[in-house]
Design a protein around this ligand. Structure first.
Ligand SMILES: Cc1cc2nc3c(=O)[nH]c(=O)nc-3n(C[C@H](O)[C@H](O)[C@H](O)COP(=O)(O)O)c2cc1C
Length: 310
């Protein structure tokens, strides 16, 4: 294994969870700047990396300031994972690799990937073994508390002899999707079957949430997903509940985000920025009228104007 950065991170570890369509290099940089200890890429298709890698490799590029940076793969074929792991290690050179066993999206489930893969113990093991055999990078996995008949405990027992560095547990079952309470007891019990770093995930949106999840699970850290939308400074708040940010500072931050996005993706990035602007503006006075303008921006100049920046 290459240097395992996971063991060196200060506890509790504050991670930015993978969010497809959101955690690109621009957002990861901001999350890191505001205190995230480790950031994950959007999930990348192992199969696409085998057959048509160009666009996916572009998507996975990162800036040094994001490190440690973990690339997450999804798929269902051990052979594809093997090749994808090699390619990522060689071309992207992240600090870690991760496998997605939690995604509930139909398109992903239909391929037998994400949470569907978690429900297939034999294939899950084969996928993890294929990645381990083809990379020196520390490997982590992201799972749910249950998928189909397979509970977290069954899943972990099935791979307990494999040298995984970290485990992110979204504390909900596949059936629960993205709503409902987190099963802290299941996350806590995972320690009996897994000796690496454990990150608890799900519904952590403020300092109090983080404190109670850490206390109830005994996890080494937490991962924030939706709590980062329009709120990349959340990691600062998780460290210091007294941290305050003004609307002016948020506007400046949104502007920085837009500039990074434009540099990364050009005009497509401006369109992508529309949803982020609406998230940043949530809670602002007159947010509704502002959002009407935000969903129409076409240029960086439009963005500067809606953010009322001089
Ligand atoms: C828009 C969106 C995209 C997501 N994309 C991914 C992904 O690419 N890989 C993954 O493992 N989980 C993905 N997730 C799940 C999150 O990482 C996280 O587990 C889930 O949102 C629960 O955490 P939260 O309550 O803090 O949002 C996604 C969730 C959302 C809402």
């Amino acid at each position: 294994m290459a240097a395992n950065f996971w063991v060196k991170l200060k506890r509790p570890i504050l991670a930015l969870a993978p969010l497809a369509g959101v955690t690109d290099s621009s957002l990861r940089r901001l999350a890191k700047k505001y205190g995230a200890a480790v950031v994950y890429s959007e999930m990348a298709s192992a199969t696409a990396l085998v057959y048509n890698p160009k666009a996916t490799l572009e998507l996975l590029q990162f800036d040094k300031s994001e490190q440690p940076y973990v690339v997450q793969l999804f798929g269902a074929e051990p052979k594809h994972f093997a090749l994808a792991a090699r390619l990522i290690e060689k071309k992207i050179k992240p600090d870690g690799l991760d496998i997605n066993f939690g995604c509930p999206v139909r398109k992903v489930i239909k391929q037998g990937a994400g949470a569907a893969l978690m429900a297939d113990l034999k294939k899950s093991r084969a996928v993890i073994e294929a990645v381990l055999a083809n990379t020196k990078l520390p490997l982590s996995i992201k799972v749910r508390t249950q998928s189909g008949k397979v509970k977290l405990k069954d899943f972990l027992q099935n791979i307990s002899d494999l040298p995984l560095a970290a485990l992110m547990i979204h504390g909900r079952t596949l059936k629960q999707g993205f709503a409902g309470t987190i099963d802290s007891a299941a996350i806590k019990a995972a320690r009996q079957y897994f000796s690496g770093v454990i990150l608890a995930n799900g519904g952590i949106n403020n300092y109090q949430d983080a404190k109670s999840v850490l206390a109830a699970t005994g996890a080494d850290g937490i991962a924030v997903g939706r709590g980062v939308l329009g709120h990349p400074w959340i990691f600062k708040e998780l460290k210091n509940p007294k941290f305050k940010i003004s609307q002016k500072e948020i506007s400046a931050l949104a502007w920085k985000h837009a500039q990074l996005m434009f540099k990364l993706k050009g005009e497509a990035g401006i369109l992508e920025m529309r949803k982020h602007l609406c998230w940043y503006a949530s809670g602002w006075a007159g947010a509704r009228q502002q959002r009407e303008k935000m969903v129409q921006v076409k240029t960086l100049a439009d963005i500067k104007k809606v953010l009322a920046l001089k």
